[in-house]
Structure formats: structure tokens, C-alpha cells
Design a protein around this ligand. Structure first.
Ligand code: NAP
Length: 330
């Protein structure tokens, strides 16, 4: 007979292993909470897809995104964080201890939970775009704009993010082309006015990118006019997607209050609508979306969870499952 999948019992489960989840783990493990991080597959979040990170404080020469995550992780492991390499497939936050199903890895039962599942930038999902991600194609001007000094770049999107990214990119680029799929921008008037007033920015309407051209790096874009179907080619050495983000919160839908776009709603710091469940990082912050702000929010969530657990001793849980010993596993 097949063995039953393991049940792990912990004071604190942290879902997600980007800067928010791992910072929460560093704080919680230093507070002797022996947290279990359900890391997700693939783990590490958006930084795993980022090459040079030059704006994370403490690294004057910059650092590669995956290396930064590895350092966070080693720091969390050093204080006794345990990692489960799996995705959360279902949750029950109506009972105590909270239940997190982790597929074949079994189940984690926790007195408190920090959700740091992050958000994913939307992509066009063109094969050529995916091939050149990190080689001229980016979804973060703040992160990568610096590398386009003296170059021509394109920004896709017609919302506030697209205007903001385009304006930011004019600091470095000689020319910024905003390509929008409709004839009307969605952004707020003030942002549109600012972008239109900038001589380095020009607009292409009713157009979509059908192919990113270039072998090693981006060289040009093939566009299709959505009304006439006409194809054209525009030169661009960088392509910035600003077509929105989707928070990775689907598994919590129906159990926690989410805003209309799916971001976690919080009150009083990082508290979600269920006492004992806290939010960290881009899963609820859709405004700043930086590694350093996510880390800060992860720290806040850990401090809030620590306070909650101090007020709710381990005995208040109804589970008969014995507490797990902390592990050194990475
Ligand atoms: P957004 O407002 O949802 O705009 C996304 C844009 O991308 C839209 O113009 C949309 O086109 C376009 N788009 C979506 N999918 C596309 C696709 N597959 N191909 C091509 N274009 C596509 O997202 P956002 O700009 O990231 O803003 C999110 C929220 O944050 C908004 O509430 C915004 O106001 C706020 N925000 C505010 C500021 C600020 O005030 N400074 C800055 C950034 C963001 P359609 O217009 O045709 O739908």
C-alpha cells in the first residue's frame, strides 16, 4: 500500500520564496519560529529571471538576480528555516491550524501563514519575445532602463505604467516609442500629458508587436496594424512590456479578501481578512514592485506574524499532529 503523504506541523508557514518570503523567513527563523517556506516550483520569484540587479542596496557592483536569491536563502537556512520544494495546491484557512496542501509533498499545518506569492508581469507570449527576455526584452524599466543609454527603445501598453516607464526611460534612451494596441490610451490624463510633452517620446497606435527581431539582442520589432493588417518594421534595441501584472493569489480566492484585480487586501500593516494570515510583497503591493520593497514588506509580515503568535500560544491549535523538529535542510 502506498505511504500516506507526510503532514508537517509548524508555527509559521511562508508561501513563496522571492525577496518577501525569504526576508520573512530570515526574521521569523531568527525569532526561533522555525518557519517552513513552501518555495514554489520554480522557486525564487521574478529575480530568478533578472540578470544584473544594480539597485539592491549593499551590492555596489551589482549582483545577478539568482545569486541574490541564493544569498537570501542561505541566510534564512542559517537560522533554521526549512524549505519545501512544492507549490501550494489548495488551502483551508477556515480551520485552525491552517491547512496548506502541497501535492505529493503532503500537507503543512500552521498556526500562522505569510503569503508572499508575488505577482507575474504579463508578457505577449511570443516565442521571439521569450527567447530575448533578459537580452533586450524586459518587464521592468526601473530594473533595466540603465542598460539602454543612448539607445532607441519601445514600450508596449497604454496604461499609467506604460507612461511612467516611457518617461523613466527617456533618462537613458535617445528615443522611446510607445506602442499601444488601441487608438486611445487608458492612462490618466496627467500621465498622458507628461508623456506627450516629452520630445523623446512618440506614439504608435492601433498596433501590436507580432515578432521581436534580433539574434543575440533586440534589433527591431515587427508590428501589425490592427485595423488595416499592414505589417511594418521599427528599429528598437530594447522592448519594455508594461501591459500589467497578475498577482499569484488564485489558490486563496474565496478564502481571503482580494481586490478586483486579485491582489490581497490588507488592514493594519500586513493583516489579511483572516486573523493569523499575513501578506508580504507583490501579492498585495501593486504600486512599488521592487525587490527591496518586497523584502521590506516580508519583514513587516514576519514581525506582525511574530506578534500574533506570541498572543496565540501553540496549544490553541486543535491538531493532534505533533510539532516537527526544525531542520537544517536547504
Ligand atoms: P493597466 O492600467 O491595466 O494597463 C495595461 C495596458 O496594457 C492597457 O493599455 C492594455 O490595453 C495593455 N495591454 C494589456 N494586455 C495587452 C496585450 N496582451 N497586448 C498589448 N497591450 C496589452 O495596467 P498598468 O498600467 O500596469 O496599471 C495598473 C494600475 O496601477 C492602474 O490602476 C494604474 O492607474 C496604476 N498605476 C498608476 C501609476 C501612477 O499613477 N503613476 C503608475 C503605474 C500604475 P487596453 O488599454 O487596450 O486594455
Amino acid at each position: 500500500m502506498a505511504e500516506a503523504p507526510p503532514v508537517r506541523r509548524t508555527r509559521l508557514a511562508i508561501v513563496g520564496s522571492g525577496p518577501a518570503g525569504l526576508t520573512a523567513a530570515i526574521y521569523a527563523s531568527r525569532a526561533s519560529l522555525h518557519p517552513i517556506v513552501i518555495a514554489g516550483v520554480p522557486s525564487g520569484g521574478q529575480l530568478m529571471l533578472t540578470t544584473d540587479v544594480e539597485n539592491y542596496p549593499g551590492f555596489p557592483d551589482g549582483i545577478q538576480g539568482p545569486e541574490l536569491i541564493e544569498k537570501f536563502r542561505a541566510q534564512a537556512a542559517r537560522f533554521g528555516t526549512e524549505f519545501v520544494e512544492a507549490n501550494v495546491t489548495a488551502v483551508d484557512l477556515t480551520r485552525h491550524p491552517f491547512v496548506l496542501e502541497v501535492g505529493l509533498m503532503g500537507r503543512v499545518e500552521a498556526d500562522a501563514v505569510i503569503i508572499a506569492t508575488g505577482a507575474n508581469a504579463r508578457w505577449l507570449d511570443l516565442p521571439s519575445e521569450q527567447r530575448l527576455r533578459g537580452h533586450g526584452v524586459s518587464a521592468c524599466a526601473t530594473c533595466d532602463g540603465f542598460f539602454f543609454k543612448g539607445k532607441t527603445v519601445a514600450v508596449i501598453g497604454g496604461g499609467d505604467s506604460a507612461m511612467e516607464e516611457a518617461l523613466f526611460l527617456t533618462t537613458f534612451a535617445t528615443h522611446v516609442l510607445v506602442i499601444h494596441r488601441r487608438g486611445e490610451l487608458r492612462a490618466s490624463k496627467i500621465m498622458i500629458d507628461r508623456a506627450r510633452a516629452n520630445p523623446k517620446i512618440s506614439f504608435v497606435y492601433d498596433s501590436e508587436v507580432v515578432e521581436v527581431l534580433g539574434t543575440e539582442t533586440v534589433e527591431a520589432l515587427r508590428l501589425r496594424h490592427r485595423k488595416t493588417g499592414a505589417l511594418s518594421k521599427v528599429p528598437a534595441e530594447g522592448l519594455f512590456l508594461a501591459i500589467g501584472h497578475d498577482p499569484a493569489t488564485a489558490v486563496f480566492r474565496g478564502q481571503l479578501d482580494l481586490d478586483p484585480k486579485g491582489y490581497l487586501k490588507t488592514t493594519e500593516g500586513t493583516r489579511t481578512s483572516v486573523p493569523g494570515v499575513f501578506a508580504g510583497g507583490d501579492a498585495y503591493d501593486h504600486r512599488y514592485r521592487q525587490a527591496v520593497t518586497a523584502a521590506g514588506l516580508g519583514c513587516m509580515a514576519a514581525l506582525d506574524a511574530e506578534r500574533y503568535l506570541a498572543e496565540h500560544p501553540a496549544g490553541h491549535a486543535r491538531s493532534a499532529v505533533p510539532a516537527m523538529a526544525p531542520s537544517e535542510t536547504v
